[in-house]
Design a protein around this ligand. Structure first.
Ligand SMILES: Cc1ncc(COP(=O)(O)O)c(C=O)c1O
Length: 438
């Protein structure tokens, strides 16, 4: 059975040129980049070249890039830096952030080291700059808002929020700048990302979301604090100790180069395929809600979060019926801890009604996704929903009205019913459908 992968927000494969660069680097850059002899210097040069490629992708200086193990570390590094730099600072974030933002903030607050404010998103799924403005106090030292949400794809108004922060600082004559971080994990490679246009002080970069390796980086404005999490050999100018993962860094640089050169082409292709898929959904005979699509929100071009309306048409039931489609219900990282019947808090916080959010599933397209693939997927989903509706009809068939019978006849009738029920359960479990627990 040929699989169709539509979960590119969870992760992407390596671009073939990235793969080649990594292999080559493993062969020729194996020396320790801190070593002062020639092989070490060659490895070090390769790292500096990658740093420049990443800086070029987001329009910053090489020296403003530090390599990390991934998005989780980059996000933690920013939050931890502010907690260490200031005395019990207040940090504002949104109520739709990735767990790698939400969880460290909650932990640091529990430990009494920071105060956290979770700004609600508006009914269209983004944080309104006015909401941030209303929450600002002189104690706020950091605002961290993601650039694009991983579940709905909704792009947040980052540069407008930056303006609000600057105005507040001026109006209140604050000596400390209100620092601004954005987690750009889901935006890079899909839309142009420029730290100067966004006007952020920190930005999180995650390689495996844009056909690069599973490492990351952080952009930081060198005028503002960045505190190391690990203490050790002082690599990365003391910001991030640990012998550099040279080959992966080289691969990340190559992935960044490809994005810089092709992002507009990627954007157009993703948009065309995603919009075609949504057209198929909306023009079908089924009742479908596209979660997060509205006239007031911008979305990254590859993401479609949607729900079939109907008691049995949950994302989970549909995906059980379509094993050839590789996609998920929402965030991949939640799945291991997710209760089968749980509803995405991000969707609920984005004002998607619970009965719709409960059925949600997410498809996210990649650079090689074609219209014919998404057409196939849409047809598979439609067929699955038809089957689920049939089952629902069978379930709700009225029981026959009892009428007086001889004792023997009654017993036989009971046996027949029992047998029918057993058969129905067997059919359901063969199709892998969980009984609705409501
Ligand atoms: C928005 C966002 N931020 C951060 C991360 C964390 O990245 P990683 O799991 O690679 O550390 C992800 C990954 O799914 C993400 O989608």
């Amino acid at each position: 059975m040929e699989k169709i992968y539509l979960d590119y927000n969870a992760t992407t494969p390596l671009d073939s040129t990235v793969y080649e660069k990594i292999l080559e680097s493993l062969k020729i850059h194996w020396a320790n980049p801190s070593s002062t002899y020639n092989s070490g210097e060659i490895a070090n040069k390769a790292i500096e070249n990658a740093r420049k490629q990443i800086g070029d992708m987001i329009n910053c200086e090489s020296q403003e890039i530090i390599f990390t193990s991934g998005g989780t570390e980059s996000n933690f590094m920013v939050i931890n830096s502010i907690a260490e730099q200031f005395n019990k600072p207040t940090i504002i974030t949104s109520n739709i952030e990735h767990p790698s933002i939400e969880n460290p903030l909650k932990k640091l607050e529990k430990d009494g080291r920071i105060n956290v404010i979770f700004a609600p998103v508006c009914k269209y799924g983004f944080v309104e700059p006015q909401t941030i403005k209303d929450l600002l106090t002189p104690e706020v030292k950091l605002v961290t808002i993601m650039l694009a949400n991983n579940e709905t794809g909704i792009i947040q108004p980052i540069s407008e929020i930056a303006q609000v922060l600057e105005d507040y600082q001026k109006e209140h004559n604050l000596k400390d700048k209100i620092l601004f971080h954005t987690d750009a994990a889901q935006a890079i490679g899909k839309i142009p990302v420029d730290v100067k246009k966004l006007r952020v002080d920190y930005l999180t970069i995650v390689g495996h979301k844009f056909y690069g390796p599973r490492i990351g980086a952080i952009f930081f404005n060198k005028n503002y604090p960045l505190k190391p999490i690990f203490l050790g050999g002082g690599q990365e100018r003391n910001y991030r100790s640990g012998t550099e993962n040279t080959a992966m860094i080289v691969g990340l640089g190559q992935a960044a180069l490809i994005v810089k050169e092709n992002v507009f082409g990627f954007y157009n292709h993703l948009l065309e395929v995603r919009d075609y898929f949504e057209k198929l959904l909306l023009e079908s005979d089924f009742k479908i809600n596209i979660n997060g699509k509205n006239d007031f929100s911008e979305r990254i071009p590859n993401t479609c979060n949607f729900s079939f309306i109907g008691k049995e048409s949950t994302g989970l039931n549909i995906l059980f019926q379509c094993p050839q489609v590789e996609t998920g219900l929402g965030a991949a990282c939640h799945v291991q801890t997710r209760e089968i019947s749980s509803v995405s808090q991000v969707l609920l916080n984005s004002h998607i009604p619970e009965e719709i959010a409960r059925n949600a599933m997410r498809v996210s397209m990649g650079r090689s996704t074609t219209k014919s693939e998404v057409k196939k997927v849409a047809d598979l989903f439609f067929e699955a929903v038809k089957q689920l509706e049939l089952l629902l009809e069978e379930d709700s068939e009225p029981e026959s009205v009892p009428f007086p019978k001889e004792e023997k006849e009654e017993k036989e009738e009971k046996e027949r019913k029992k047998e029918k029920k057993k058969k129905k359960e067997k059919r359901r479990s063969k199709k892998g459908i969980k009984a609705n627990k409501e």
